[in-house]
Design a protein around this ligand. Sequence first.
Ligand SMILES: CC(=O)SCCNC(=O)CCNC(=O)[C@H](O)C(C)(C)COP(=O)(O)OP(=O)(O)OC[C@H]1O[C@@H](n2cnc3c(N)ncnc32)[C@H](O)[C@@H]1OP(=O)(O)O
Ligand SMILES: O=C(O)CCC(=O)C(=O)O
Length: 384
Amino acid sequence: MAFHSWQNLADQPIVIDDTTLRDGEQTAGVAFTLEEKITIARMLDEIGVGELECGIPAMGAAEQASVRALVDLGLRARLITWNRALVSDIQASLDCGIRAVDISLSVSDIHIAHKLRKDRAWVRDQLKRALDFCARHDLYVSVGGEDSSRADLDFIVELMQIAKERGADRFRFCDTLGILDPFATFEKISYLRRHVDLDLEIHTHNDLGMATANAIAGIKAGARFVNTTVNGLGERAGNAALEEVVMGLKHACGLELGLDTRRFVALSRFVGRASCRPVPEWKAVVGERVFAHESGLHADGVLKNPINYEGFDPGEVGLGRHLVLGKHSGSQALVQRLKDLGVEVSRIEAMALLDRVRSMSERNKRALTDAELLTLARRHAQVA
Ligand SMILES: CC(=O)SCCNC(=O)CCNC(=O)[C@H](O)C(C)(C)COP(=O)(O)OP(=O)(O)OC[C@H]1O[C@@H](n2cnc3c(N)ncnc32)[C@H](O)[C@@H]1OP(=O)(O)O
Ligand SMILES: O=C(O)CCC(=O)C(=O)O
């Protein structure tokens, strides 16, 4: 069994812990094969993701075999597994050659009473027992606070203090149900930062469409670790998408993580196939058509200079640009497209032709193909 040496994450200001292989695979109905897991792990590693949450050894022999196979790859990324706060779960991770564990415990009174059917004293004791076991085995530990967003923050502070005293490396704040907004996320993470000197990790869900915004708010409030999944896979509405968090940090916050983002589209398409969840063409950052321009003023602006209507260069994530002719087109784009196809028309002729382009697009409920455009142009020339 290989124990590999990780890249030095202490040097990185923000560390992505991608959980495509754990929370991503928890998407109802998704199951990756071992080969798919290996490919996803390799791609994430090559792109420069610092840490991969790679499975749940407590699930049994098949999952343990896949975690072992991932350990044996000797990736630069640190591999971490998900575990309940049970010695038996952590032992199963150790048996796979894992050296970093997430120890999960529900921290809200709702979960403690209605899911675990225990009390806060039990949570404290269970955490201590699990942490002492991890310390004896010199494991890197993230304490996962399930349902943190509905928990009493002062109880989380208490658990973080226990975690710090017993050698844990960080605390994971989970918005398990995806019910926070970025402002509340910022306040809660700031509060924890002020009260305990322990690294924080932010884990968000997309139930209200705010997973990426909340992940970024958590980072802005001081979380150093952030959970993502490729394409935003994950329980229910999913997690914060890797590609959105990385590009959001870069272009909205001016924080460059140094990942090879040009491979995002290839990774997204692979995970789309492996999860049987094809990527919608309008999916932020990696959708096939998110750099498609039809509207006349936009196409004109892009033809003059793409910076007019593109927040970043499509090549940065491995995409291309499409200029399409349809219901909302203007004459500039039409003149240019026909020129590319070898047909010269004046601006006035293009304006006359536009009516036909519009009605064909409306009839077919889509943009025109080049062949359709050429046919329209020829017919128009014959009539004119
Ligand atoms: C929010 C999240 O995403 S957390 C990650 C959740 N992921 C998964 O559940 C996927 C993988 N899960 C599994 O394969 C299984 O659920 C296993 C192997 C973990 C456990 O399987 P089983 O032993 O059959 O238990 P089951 O799933 O039905 O119930 C969970 C038990 O764990 C307990 N439990 C739940 N969370 C924790 C925790 N963090 N620490 C300790 N015990 C816990 C529950 O209270 C329940 O115990 P009970 O039976 O005494 O009431
Ligand atoms: O408990 C953890 O560490 C993570 C659990 C999780 O995936 C969540 O709360 O959404």
